[in-house]
Ligand binder design. Sequence first.
Ligand code: EPZ
Length: 421
Amino acid sequence: MDKFIIHGGKKLKGTVQVSGAKNASLALMPAALLNSGRNKLYNTPELNDVYTMLKLLSQMGVKFSFSNHILELNTTEINSFEAPYEHVKKMRASIYVLGPLVARYGYAKVSMPGGCAWGPRPVNLHLMAMEKLGAEITFEQGYIIASANKLKGNYINFDIPSVGATGNTLMAAVLAKGNTIINNAACEPEITNLCNFLIKMGAKIEGVGTSIIEVEGVDELHPADIETIPDRIEAGTLLIAGAITRSNIKVIGGITNHLHSILSKLEDSGCKLFYNKESIEINSENIEIKPIDVTTAVFPGFPTDMQAQWMAYMSLAVGTSNVTDTIYKDRFNHVPELVRLGVDIVMNENTARIVGVEKLKGAKVMSTDLRASASLVLAGLAAEGVTEVLRVYHIDRGYQRIEEKLKELGADIERVEGSEY
Ligand code: EPZ
């Protein structure tokens, strides 16, 4: 398993480009199952999770080519409707094949996702929606079996605006007979990207980007092309790399409108920001980092996927700050590892209380999940001395060669392949 070796304390400078959004690609790729033909997904990031989804789709008969971030998915010969445990256990987003398979083929056998690094990840909202659309759901040896002759439009209300359940429901409703209203739908930009792809395939969807989405089912969808939106979480992570090292860097290729909750918190902490629609310059040279509380929320609130990274940044603030995760109350596996770097954190239920320290000290730390490993890299960039971040396969799931991007900005970070851990 690879590790990163970081010699901290280096100032960063220059410009870095944001890649395509992992959480958009993981919805756009299975959506291609809804039609039969060649679909081109532009700006697809080269990430382990994308390759995992490709393995799963290939097993179903999808043919693909992937170069220069253009992913072509040929869905003319789908011959399997199963998502086996070995894929789903690696990536919960595999559940996204449920909606399109049931909608187009009337059958899907998808492994229950099990837990993830930080606890249970239920799919009850996905299953409730499928049943509301007329699918029969049974369970067999850890698998969800969904079957339906023809899905029928219905009124679906989510108690929680689940991103995944909204995506799955959209991909089922577009081929259902009649209309579907999704109330309390997720408004994340990745869902908007998915809606736009479905509309280009011929789907009829109103209320894109809002929490009330209406779908008028159609009989058939045709292949289409789509541009994957840039990754707002990678953009936010790179901005914090600039902030935590007191640097002046520019992050380009993002969509600023997807980042306001992060930008405003960075400004509150003392960073100077200059931005236009797709480039953001952050200058935190010689600032005294102010302690700024964060409570995660659904879009456009502060993303849970940025919680760990914010915690690393606040570890160097002058004062005490609180970081509360309301989306995942147990997403704190990074805390003990950050403490090893000298971060002063006390947990109280789903709130971390961080008392800023003068400096962090390099140490060996273990990645436990994707965003946790990002927070350890950020802390390592600022820490004095050497930080070894182990098991970076976690970070490779959601960041495209992040060490190359940080190196281009002047960070002293090396990937050591195949280390013992
Ligand atoms: C998506 O996961 C993202 N993953 C996650 O990003 C992100 O953290 C999350 O949305 C929240 O923004 C992808 O898009 C592939 P949810 P998802 O359903 O869809 C509860 C990353 O780091 N819930 O919006 O699984 C759930 O437990 C990953 O890139 C139910 O109770 O998230 C959570 O508390 C991590 N029942 C809340 O809803 C359900 O059926 C939000 O989950 C579904 C969800």
